[in-house]
Design a protein around this ligand. Structure first.
Ligand SMILES: C[S@@+](CC[C@H](N)C(=O)[O-])C[C@H]1O[C@@H](n2cnc3c(N)ncnc32)[C@H](O)[C@@H]1O
Length: 348
């Protein structure tokens, strides 16, 4: 983390960004890692008061968090260009006070939902941001060493500055079609763990659609025994390598088509998976796949086990899991411009 000009015990405000629909899971991890005070919670971020040392610790250890930044202006109402200019000026002063002066141009990312500049009379935020934030270009895609994020929701806005070179939750795994964002994988693991009992936790976690192994990598980091399979041998090889690199001895990863039914080698009682999405799986096969997944889950979670499954077709999956007598809940999340659901199931 960049060093901050603040006394070690002087609290600062951090913005913790979460995937939409997972903010409660992120808040639970944050409070578990640092005794921080969450002063505001929206569906996309938390504002957290904590010391610089706690901030560094949070950045080093959090797994479900998409990014952590230092709040430098707002949240404040912004209705016109004048308000945005004032917010930008406050941010520029705060960045220089906390991080020191920088000669290089800055960058700025806009995350705006229903922003005031799209209402009549329309106005352009880019020139205001460039003028107040060291020439920052709102249309540029490259991040500068000093990178600000303007978060706008209706008339509420804040500006926050990066403290790490790249967003904390940025994918770092092997390239694989359909690879999951690691922070979402970590959240799925936490959701399933929260629904499972101690015996199931001790028996470990299984991902039957492992792809590049993002979910089992997060589970292994959380200290769980893991098992994984995929019908694609290349995926199995990637996952095995990824687990070995994390220090998992003799990773249990094998080729298996879920349509063939539960695999005798699996002993884990927590099932977490990211089901094939959209065009990856022909529609004809999807119903058969959901039948097979529901059967596998019901068999594995008996007792105190639990499952968390990410799918773009939750209704069909929920109905099938309920037919097996499982208690099922679903929540939508925002991912890659889509709204897949996390379906959680455990014995009723
Ligand atoms: C959305 S991807 C999972 C991505 C993984 N979570 C990751 O981060 O890389 C779905 C995976 O399911 C696998 N798959 C599709 N149909 C399957 C089936 N019938 N049985 C087992 N695996 C299957 C695909 O090979 C693909 O790797």
């Amino acid at each position: 983390m960049r060093s901050l000009r603040a006394a070690p015990d002087e609290p600062v405000t951090a913005v913790v960004y979460a995937t939409k629909g997972l903010v409660d899971v992120v808040a639970a991890e944050v409070t578990e890692l640092v005794p921080a005070r969450i002063v505001e919670r929206t569906d996309r971020f938390l504002l957290v008061r904590l010391t610089p040392a706690q901030l560094a610790d949070l950045g080093a250890r959090a797994r479900t968090v998409d990014d952590v930044r230092l709040l430098v202006a707002g949240p404040a109402p912004v209705t016109g260009a004048g308000d945005l200019q004032r917010l930008g000026a406050v941010a520029a002063d705060a960045v220089e006070a906390r991080l020191g002066a920088s000669e290089e141009p800055w960058s700025v990312t806009l995350a705006a939902r229903n922003p005031p500049w799209r209402r009549r009379p329309r106005w352009e935020p880019a020139p205001v941001l460039a003028a107040t934030l060291h020439g920052a270009d709102a249309a540029a895609t490259a991040r500068r060493p000093v990178d600000l994020r303007l978060q706008v929701d209706g008339e509420q806005a804040h500006l926050a500055v990066n403290l790490w070179e790249r967003p904390l939750g940025k994918a770092d795994g092997p390239a694989w079609r359909g690879a999951l964002r690691p922070t979402v994988a970590a959240a799925l693991v936490r959701i399933a763990l929260g629904a499972a009992g101690p015996a199931a936790r001790a028996a470990g976690l299984y991902d039957p659609f492992c792809g590049s192994g993002t979910i089992v990598a997060e589970a292994a980091r959380a200290g769980l025994a893991v098992q994984a399979s995929d019908r694609a041998p290349e995926a199995v090889a990637l996952t095995r390598e990824r687990l070995a690199a994390l220090g998992v001895p003799d990773p249990q990863v094998f080729v298996r088509d879920v349509l063939r039914g539960p695999d005798q080698r699996v002993s884990a009682r927590i099932v977490v998976g990211n089901l094939p999405w959209g065009t990856q799986q022909p529609v004809d096969g999807r119903i058969a796949l959901f039948d097979a997944v529901a059967h596998l889950v019901a068999q594995r979670v008996a007792g105190d086990g639990a499952a968390a499954l990410l799918t773009t077709h939750e209704e069909a999956l929920v109905a099938r899991l309920r037919r097996h007598g499982l208690a099922v809940t679903a929540r939508r999340i925002g991912l890659l411009g889509q709204t897949p659901a996390v379906v959680t199931a455990h014995p009723a």
